[in-house]
Design a protein around this ligand. Structure first.
Ligand code: EPZ
Length: 420
């Protein structure tokens, strides 16, 4: 398994471009199942999770054409196998996002139930409850979700109130509703920018959606969707990760092809820690202060502070002045990175969903292990700060969500090498 070797101590400097967003691209790739016409997607990040999703769609009969820099064209005219097998779903939970579109377009679906994950149990009962409200027959058998739209006319619009804000739950139900008879209202919907990007893509395919980005989304079902061209939004979590890396190393960087508007909560906290930020329409420049101030955070659904930035900000607080409390409210087991950061000399005390971080003068390089995608990003940040060498094992987690990370860090002056 590949490892990452980092020689720490270099303040990051320079400019890099941000990639397309993994968490927007994954549901949008599944939207291709909703029409028999071609969907041309640009700014698709080249990531392990994207390749997994493409393989999943291809085995269903979706044609995928890779146009290199000009993106991907997907066409599900040949859709003939509405199945998401366990072997694929177990490697990527987001595979659940085929359920809604398959049911809406094909009238049936067989999708392996995603198992647990390092950061939490992550059940999907809200997805199922919503589809049942739209008239689907859904049951779990032999580890598979079996779903069938009752009756010839397919799904029927409904008012759905989810028990908690769920991002992929909202996305799955929105995709199911665009071809359902009548109107669907999703209450307590997720407001994440990735949900809005999916809605924009669906509208460009002919869907009728109002209120994406708010807690109430209205979808008027239509007969069919047509082909379209859509550019995937910039990755706000990748953006936030590089900003945290620059802050922690005392650096000065400019990120292009990004959008600060989707990162308010993170940018506010970086300001509070003493960073100077210059915000342009599609670029962000960060200048770190001589010493950061510790900043407390509490994760919550958008537009509050994203749970996918919690680990990276913990690494920032490890070398800041003073103490801070990090409260994780979304996932029940998302502090796995803390024990690894402690191996690098950090001072962190965990109490259930709270972590008390007290800044130290310096971190010392060591060998650490990545446990999930964002945990691995926090170890990269800590390794860039630490004195001496840090070796990060199991970086397959990192490759799931960060495109060409060692190349981009190298462009910013970091000494990072992949050990195959
Ligand atoms: C999405 O996961 C993201 N993944 C996650 O990013 C992100 O952490 C999460 O949203 C929260 O922002 C993708 O978009 C592919 P949820 P999702 O349903 O949709 C509970 C990353 O690092 N819940 O919003 O799976 C659930 O257990 C990944 O890129 C139920 O109980 O998250 C969690 O505690 C990690 N029942 C909470 O709701 C359900 O039916 C929010 O989960 C659904 C969710």
């Amino acid at each position: 398994m590949d490892k990452l070797l980092i020689e720490g101590g270099t303040p990051l400097a320079g400019e890099i471009a941000i990639s397309g967003a993994k968490n927007a691209a994954l549901p949008i790739l599944c939207a291709s199942l909703l029409s028999s016409e071609p969907l041309h997607l640009t700014n698709v990040p080249r990531l392990k999770d994207i390749s997994t999703m493409l393989r999943l769609l291809e085995q269903m009969g979706v044609a995928v054409e890779d146009l290199g820099a000009d993106g991907l064209v997907l066409n599900s005219r040949g859709l003939n196998n509405p199945l998401a097998p366990y072997d694929m779903v177990k490697t990527m939970r987001a595979s659940i996002l085929v359920l809604g579109p398959l049911l809406a377009r094909h009238g049936e679906a067989r999708v392996s139930l995603p198992g647990g994950c390092a950061i939490g149990a992550r059940p999907v009962e809200q997805h199922i409850k919503g589809l049942q409200a739209m008239g689907a027959e859904v049951f779990v058998e032999h580890g598979y979700i079996q779903a069938r739209a009752r009756g010839k006319g397919g799904l029927t619009g409904a008012r759905i109130v989810t028990d908690m804000v769920t991002v992929t739950g909202t996305e799955n139900l929105m995709m199911a509703a665009v071809l359902a008879k009548g109107e669907t209202i999703i209450e307590n919907a997720a407001r994440e920018p990735e949900v809005v990007d999916l809605a924009n893509c669906l509208v460009s395919m002919g869907a009728q959606i109002a209120g994406a980005g708010t807690a109430r989304i209205r979808i008027q079902g239509v007969e069919r969707l047509h082909g379209a061209r859509h550019a995937i939004m910039a990755d706000r979590i990748e953006t936030g990760t590089y900003l945290c890396a620059a802050a922690a190393t005392g650096g000065n960087i400019r990120l292009t092809n990004t959008a600060a508007a989707n990162l308010d909560a993170v940018i506010d906290k970086l300001f509070d820690s003493g960073c100077e930020l210059l915000i342009e329409r599609t670029a962000i420049t960060l200048q770190a202060p001589p010493r950061l101030k510790a900043v407390s955070i509490r994760t919550s659904p958008y537009p509050a502070f994203p749970t996918d930035m919690q680990a990276q900000f913990m690494a920032v607080n490890c070398v800041a002045e003073g103490s801070a409390v990090i409260r994780e409210t979304i996932f029940e087991n998302r502090f796995m990175h803390a024990v690894e950061l402690i191996r690098l000399g950090a001072d962190i005390k965990i109490d259930a969903s709270n972590a008390m971080v007290t800044g130290v003068d310096h971190l010392d390089g060591a060998t650490v292990m990545a446990t999930d995608l964002r945990a691995s990003a926090s170890l990269v940040i800590a390794g860039l700060v630490a004195q001496g060498e840090t070796v990060i094992e199991r970086i397959y987690h990192l490759d799931r969500g960060y495109e060409r990370i060692e190349e981009k860090l190298g462009q910013l002056g970091a000494r990072v090498k992949r050990i195959r």
